[in-house]
Design a protein around this ligand. Structure first.
Ligand SMILES: Nc1ncnc2c1ncn2[C@@H]1O[C@H](COP(=O)(O)OP(=O)(O)OP(=O)(O)O)[C@@H](O)[C@H]1O
Ligand SMILES: [Mg+2]
Length: 456
């Protein structure tokens, strides 16, 4: 049974949450006045505080600050309105354990309470105390407040301080390296080296000696002893980028090093102990490579102790404006010029493009626009032509036509065709990708589209 302090100036909300806590065998301390709640804090000494962000007088953030300062062992969960995702992120940065957006489902709240209590129990056991709580969300370089990104921030916060191997997967340009850095620089290893190696950049034997080092005379050209990147990263983190291009033989060697926590330099007989946190990245789903026989399943499971999936930018287009502003400032700082503005139309176009090259492509588009733009405001004419073309096609999409009096099969066919065409545009005209996304064969795709009549 846990003591749970609940503060919301909507009494109905307080009651709902209190009842839920009671049902679950906890002891709720309900308050609809934040001032009274604040006074009661010391006396109640709750394991968990659930507090609404928006309240009169003493606001949710003041409560949060007070809790963090005077009662660091109470976990805090914030309740926010739908519209204020930024507020939620701010709350996490200030050390709230979690937040939940209104309206929420009972299950959702209950899960959130349970997780917070588990975490708080671990806190009491002193396992998490090593690290200042409020440091957990210092990810200055990672921009984006979409739900998917927030999940990633939370995950980084939770696992940064463990030694578990992490596998980061996502399309090219989604920010895998940034996430790897955030993991390292938020971990206890932050003052130790962060070493990166791109596994696709070197042929197999060179990569092997690059990773594990070699002994003088091990092969032609090995004129001196050389320590490898594993040893360089000792006590720190090693980022194995594009792990998908590692050959099966080398995968086997890597697996052995990870399992035995010791390595052998090429041509040497000694074993050298290693203490390295490995973070691997792949821009292709490794699971499908396993099926094709290109990646060892056992290595996959050894790497993906904690998997992080970074979504493509097109699945979080709401992050585009923030990223654009970030890159405008970055460009200005680099070039020593004033920060450029961007007009609404241009921003809208950027928010409607599918970004096959993800954040990197967006960054390049902004850099290009800044360089081209002759005054202080970027307009649509400064954007790359393909971005304009693509976002225009989407704009020209007709509204769904719902006519009464149509035969049902005709209607279904029509809607089906529109949906297929939209998917085709999304895949930039690739019929293979479209067919696979829709789960139909190419032949079916052709038939359904009656290609003679439809330009794609
Ligand atoms: N969330 C983000 N916030 C700010 N910048 C980002 C974000 N994601 C990516 N970037 C920027 O986009 C560029 C590409 O990111 P990064 O190199 O981390 O991608 P990647 O997933 O490793 O790509 P690749 O698979 O091609 O190596 C970098 O300049 C990075 O700073
Ligand atoms: Mg990369």
């Amino acid at each position: 049974m846990a003591r749970i302090l609940i503060v919301d100036d909507e009494p109905a909300m307080v009651e709902v949450i209190s009842n839920l806590c009671r049902e679950r065998g906890h002891q709720p301390f309900p308050y609809s006045s934040s001032e009274e709640a604040l006074e009661a804090l010391a006396k109640v000494n709750p394991q968990l505080v659930i507090v609404d962000v928006k309240m009169e007088k003493v606001g949710g953030f003041d409560m949060l600050r007070e809790c963090r300062e005077k009662h660091p062992q109470s976990a805090v969960v914030m309740i926010t309105a739908y519209a204020s995702v930024e507020t939620a992120v701010e709350a996490m940065k200030m050390g709230a354990y979690d937040y939940i957006t209104k309206p929420f489902k009972v299950d959702e709240l209950q899960l959130c309470i349970q997780r917070a209590l588990d975490y708080q129990a671990a806190l009491r056991e002193n396992t998490y105390l090593k690290k200042e709580l409020r440091d957990r969300y210092k990810f200055e370089n990672l921009i984006g407040t979409s739900e998917r990104m927030q999940e990633i921030y939370k995950l980084i916060g939770k696992i940064a301080d463990t030694d578990s191997t992490v596998l980061i997967q996502g399309e090219s340009g989604t920010g895998k390296e940034l996430v790897a850095r955030a993991l390292h620089y938020n971990s206890a290893r932050q003052h130790q080296p962060f070493v990166t190696v791109n596994c696709s950049a070197l042929p197999e034997n060179l990569l092997e000696s690059e990773l594990f080092g070699h002994k003088k005379g091990a092969f032609t050209g090995a004129v001196v002893d050389k320590i490898g990147l594993f040893e360089e990263a000792h006590n720190g983190s090693l980022f194995l980028d594009e792990i998908n291009s590692m050959t099966p033989q080398l995968q086997t060697k890597l697996l052995r090093v990870l399992q035995e926590r010791q390595l052998r330099r090429v041509g040497d007989t000694r074993n050298i102990p290693t203490n390295v946190r490995v973070i691997a990245a792949s821009n292709e789903p490794l699971k499908s490579q396993i099926k094709l026989g290109g990646f060892r399943e056992d290595l996959y499971y050894r790497l993906a102790v904690i998997p992080i999936e970074i979504p493509p930018l097109r699945e979080r287009l709401e992050d585009v404006p923030l990223l654009v502003n970030h890159f405008l400032q970055k460009y200005a700082a680099h070039s020593g010029t004033e920060v450029k503005k961007i007009d609404g139309k241009a921003m809208e176009r950027l928010g409607r493009y599918t970004w096959p090259g993800n954040v990197r492509e967006l960054e390049n588009a902004i850099e290009r626009a800044c360089a081209l733009c002759e005054n202080d405001t970027i307009r649509t004419g400064d954007l790359p032509p393909h971005v304009l073309q693509d976002s225009e096609v989407l704009e020209a999409q007709p509204e769904a036509e719902w006519q009464v009096g149509q035969r049902l099969d005709e209607f279904v066919r029509n809607q089906e065709r529109k949906y297929i065409e939209m998917t085709l545009r999304f895949n930039q005209g690739s019929r293979e990708k479209t067919a696979s996304m829709l789960g139909i064969s190419i032949a079916t795709l052709y038939r359904k589209l009656d290609l003679k009549h439809h330009r794609i």
